[in-house]
Ligand binder design. Structure first.
Ligand code: STX
Length: 328
């Protein structure tokens, strides 16, 4: 009995992130006549390669992302996707599509002389991880996916039109403010119009409202730091413009459930799916549908978490996964 209790205690110990580290390499890579993307490497140059794909699209990389991987075991590659972070031109929408990002990833892999890698992505990062793996399955030796998002109409409708609005009516009131009453039947297109306006103030006002909506709904327990970060001009402009551009274009998926339909291409790859029960940004239905289509992948619902990778239960499961995959 006592032993069982101890075992349970052990299971309840949450894994914390690794200490902060600086990259040992960083560079810009020209990926088209228009775009240069920022790439960095950290950890152990002789470690197992892992690719980190950030969210949004348009979120850019954050130093904390390096801390989910044991720096002695992993050679970690982080990319600022087109138009965000340190990539240039900033907030650019031309030549910025899912399939161009997939090709950028291949360019980075080839440039670094990496044969194959573990791919780690949450939210939009999970979308892009699936799109990349289904296009280049031979290059992926493992997938760690969190807060599953497959960019289908029902997912966009839930978060940007009606659904999440019922759980966060207070934050939703701020989100809709820049949009005229008569345009509120289609927030996605109404925001797109403002986010691509020639007038900087119109763009900025819309970008902040859009971005703060996501910041305010990302965690089970509201986090004012997150809202503040998402509301910063520079972050909001790239994040909102790029997200909205991808979403009005349905992510260039065809059919819209392309990622699920093509799941057989990657079912042989070792994978972990991690999902917060109370994820309001990317509700658990998508993770559940992915689990049903891909029963071989480890599947974890974290009972006391929302959408963010920094929530303790999610953070712990992600680190368990990188530790397990380090020995793959
Ligand atoms: N977009 C969800 C997403 O990918 C619908 C996302 N949400 N927050 C983020 O990404 C960041 C933390 C990367 C800003």
């Amino acid at each position: 009995k006592i032993q069982e209790d101890n075992e349970m205690e052990k299971d309840l110990t949450l894994k914390d992130v690794f200490p902060p580290i600086d990259p040992y390499n960083g560079f810009m890579l020209d990926v088209s006549s228009l775009h240069s993307i920022h790439v960095e490497e950290s950890g152990n140059p002789n470690g197992k390669p892992a690719l980190f794909l950030h969210g949004g699209p348009g979120g850019g990389i954050e130093p904390i992302y390096r801390q989910y991987f044991d720096p002695e075991k992993w050679r970690l590659i982080l990319i600022d996707q087109r138009g965000c972070g340190k990539s240039l031109p900033f907030a650019e929408l031309e030549e910025n599509t899912t399939w161009e990002l997939v090709e950028d990833i291949e360019k980075v892999r080839e440039y670094l002389g990496i044969k194959n890698w573990v791919v780690f992505g949450g939210s939009w990062g999970s979308t892009l991880s699936l799109a990349y793996a289904e296009t280049y399955p031979d290059r992926v030796i493992g997938l760690i996916l969190r807060g599953i998002f497959m960019l289908r109409k029902k997912e966009l409708q839930w978060f940007y039109q009606e659904g999440a609005s019922e759980i966060y009516p207070d934050a939703f009131e701020h989100y809709v403010k820049p949009i005229l009453e008569e345009d509120r039947d289609d927030f996605l297109h109404a925001f797109y119009k403002r986010l691509t306006s020639k007038d900087r103030m119109t763009r900025l006002e819309a970008a902040k409202a859009w971005s703060i909506w996501e910041g305010a709904t990302s965690k089970l327990y509201a986090d004012s730091n997150l809202v503040e970060r998402f509301g910063k001009d520079k972050f909001a402009e790239a994040f909102a413009r790029i997200e909205c551009h991808y979403f009005v274009n349905g992510g260039w998926f065809n059919p819209e459930d392309q990622l699920l339909r093509d799941i057989n291409k990657i079912r042989h790859i070792p994978a972990v799916i991690i999902q917060g029960r109370y994820d309001v940004v990317c509700p658990a239905t998508s993770a559940w549908e992915l689990h049903k289509a891909w029963p071989e992948a480890d599947f974890h619902i974290v009972q006391d978490a929302g959408h963010s990778m920094s929530e303790p239960g999610i953070r712990s499961k992600l680190i368990e996964a990188t530790e397990k995959f380090a020995t793959l």
